[in-house]
Write a protein that binds this ligand. Structure first.
Ligand code: LLP
Length: 439
């Protein structure tokens, strides 16, 4: 259990509220659509922000925390993070920019990142003074062109591909030599020339304010961040020499993995202890040049452990030597095990009185063999149908990666704040919602 989560008398509680009580209440409001449910702990969200703001404290004004919306873009989760002390928001689409603004982030505190930006998205960003990450030569031309047309100077960071190995799942590494993201150091000159293209006289359409690097996600060791800081400092010097002497921002992306206490890995060994935000800043600080400001833009480490997915048992069956626990949630709600082989522990909401446990595959109703939430999970061998389970650490990249496959509605989402205080922050779609887009 992390902050916000605890078993009291054998029942899982979130910020003091029994999840069994929460379940009854949701069922009353939404019938069978009250499950599965994404449940977020308000205190865990706040505690996760605090770890970063405390870690950045030694930097004072020179350190800023930006939240990467893609991890969880629920409007009320965004508001909670902002109120807890997150000052900026990192986005990857026009709609994420609009959502960040709706959550109260000032446009000048929004970063828009992307390998493939569409014109309307660039126009939206430039008009509102959003900071854009410039990803390639064609991206530089597009941004400079739009800035010229709308008559607003675009603020940019150059995203560098430093060819560093973040030591993570291949799908989660973003800065290998052959990754699609960012520009290589040797391309910098050309990209900066493209930024200048179309300028006449003293008119500057693009202000290059600094450099951005994100090496990947679910990174457990901070050593790579020291190398990133060096690469960023070198790039910044180059940018200054090539005509933007005041460039001073170093954005080192997100990427920190989360700690799940006491969770054995598949091979039976304890999970290595991933670095904390404090470790991260410790790795960066000694190398960060004095005349620069640091931006960090985590997603997962701010929200993952603040959420669980609550689901109900539909039945138990055996095929071959496998025992399957069939539940009402599926890869549509939690795609990470199928997509990355990610491990999300599953436990009972109410601990069964019998100590007996069996290895079970927790699977859902979706018609895919890849539809599993956990494999070989030690659970009570015969839980009654209707019994509740939770899938842990689903606050990041679960709701935001959900799909309507098999015409399944999105799971209801709830933020719990106190024993008798919770807010429904997303309703499930009903059939009319799902059918309304068909013309
Ligand atoms: N900054 C940039 C430029 C990014 O591309 C990302 C994530 C982040 C920050 C935030 O990274 P985080 O702190 O969350 O690791 N769907 C995958 C994760 C993809 C991450 C993509 N980029 C998953 O479920 O693990």
């Amino acid at each position: 259990d992390g902050p916000g989560w605890s078993y009291v008398d054998g029942v899982l509680h979130c910020d003091g509220m029994s999840l069994e009580d929460l379940r009854m209440s949701l069922r009353k409001d939404y019938g069978h659509q009250g499950s599965p449910a994404h449940v977020y702990s308000h205190s865990a969200l706040v505690a996760n922000v605090r770890k970063y703001t405390d870690a950045l404290c030694p930097l004072g004004e020179r350190g800023t925390l930006s939240y990467s919306l893609k991890a969880n873009s629920n409007l009320r989760v965004l508001e909670t993070l902002r109120q807890a002390g997150v000052t900026m928001a990192t986005t990857v689409s026009g709609n994420e920019i609009l959502m960040a603004m709706k959550a109260g982030f000032a446009a000048s505190n929004i970063i828009y990142n992307g390998t493939g930006k569409r014109r309307w998205e660039v126009e939206l960003a430039v008009k509102h003074g959003v900071l854009l990450n410039l990803d390639s030569e064609f991206d530089a031309r597009l941004i400079a062109g739009v800035a010229r047309e709308v008559g607003v100077r675009a603020r940019c960071l150059v995203r560098l591909n430093p060819a560093l190995n973040a030591d993570t799942h291949p799908y989660l590494a973003t800065a290998l030599a052959d990754s699609k993201f960012g520009v290589e150091f040797h391309q910098l000159e050309k990209v900066l020339q493209a930024v200048r293209a179309g300028e006449s006289g003293n008119e500057e359409h693009v202000a290059v304010e600094g450099v951005h690097i994100h090496v990947g996600s679910a990174v457990s060791r901070t050593r790579v961040y020291a190398d990133m800081t060096r690469a960023a400092a070198r790039t910044l010097r180059e940018i200054r020499e090539r005509g933007w002497p005041r460039a001073s921002t170093i954005n080192l992306g997100g990427g920190l993995n989360i700690r799940l206490s006491g969770v054995p890995r598949k091979d039976g060994e304890d999970q290595e202890r991933p670095a904390t935000p404090e470790n991260l800043v410790d790795a960066i600080l000694p190398i960060l040049p004095q005349d620069t400001t640091l931006l960090l833009e985590p997603g997962r480490s701010l929200v993952a452990t603040a959420g669980v997915l609550m689901t109900e048992v539909l039945g138990v069956k055996t095929n071959g030597d496998r025992r399957f626990l069939v539940v009402d949630s599926a890869m549509t709600e939690v795609i990470r095990p199928a997509l990355y082989g990610a491990h999300h522990p599953v436990t009972h909401v109410t601990v069964p009185s019998s100590q007996e446990r069996a290895a079970m595959d927790v699977v859902g109703p979706v018609c895919e063999s890849g539809d599993f939430l956990a494999r070989r999970c030690m659970l009570s061998p015969n839980p009654p149908s209707g019994a509740a389970l939770v899938v842990w650490a689903t606050g990041a990249y679960c709701s935001s990666m959900a799909s309507n496959y098999n015409l399944r509605p999105h799971a209801v989402e709830v933020i719990v704040r106190a024993p008798d205080l919770y807010t429904i922050v997303r309703r499930p779609e009903n059939f009319e919602d799902l059918v309304s887009c068909y013309l």
